[in-house]
Design a protein around this ligand. Sequence first.
Ligand code: NAI
Length: 251
Amino acid sequence: MAKKVALVTGSARGIGQGIARELAGEYQLIISATRDEVEIPEDLKDNAVYIRCNIAESAERERIFKEIDARFGRLDLLVNNAGVAPLVREDILQATEESFDRVLGINLKGTYFMCQHGANYMLQCKEKGLEDYNPRIVNISSMSSFTSSTARGEYCISKAGISMVTKLFADRLAEYDIPVFEVQPGIIDTDITAGVMDKYQKLIDGGLTPTKRFGYPADIGRAVAALASGAFDFCTGQVIHADGGFHLRRL
Ligand code: NAI
């Protein structure tokens, strides 16, 4: 039986790499990021290839699906993980259009069109009648999808937008039995949060999250692997809060 193929965008490090690690046993992995070349970690070498894709660039989005088709002839799982924070945290009373366009262009537009390409390619694969083919899409948004942070409004807007992308594609693809899910990570220990870890540590110590620790890429990877397993296929459109209980309202 042909090995299943998974593409994880932005998986050169951080959460994406954590997701890749949790999927490695089940899938032929496509690690992807913006650089021309990336060193694949030793433990993933047997199961992974690297293909560059800047998700903000239309031509690169198109190219990666052509390359996947040429090399593997199928895509069983698309994990839209790539994303950026604003280069500078600036209050929404001052934040620039330039930063808005950059963050929205990568996080929201990039994810939306990766879903579009992925969905169309999966439909094409379905038409070919591939054996044991049950494709799925997982979008990584954020607790910022529903949480206001006035010093990075453009990030929050981009992640709230991804939540609608999930709903739209879950709705559109349900008739083809292609489930679309979303994982909303909380505070995860990666490069993106490195500069604000002290601040977050104090907030966690002060009770911000019921589970008193940072999340780790493996926490998100395990949630994605569970969604990818097929156990949740009837729950298309479902959102998993991978945030140590941050989303709970408390009194
Ligand atoms: P990271 O900065 O460690 O990794 C981001 C990855 O995305 C890198 O591999 C980078 O090369 C890639 N990337 C950046 N721009 C890209 C582009 N235009 N095209 C393709 N790849 C691109 O960040 P982290 O923390 O691993 O974040 C991964 C995802 O999780 C992001 O979407 C982020 O918004 C989200 N997230 C992270 C949280 C955290 O606390 N670390 C919390 C909630 C969500």
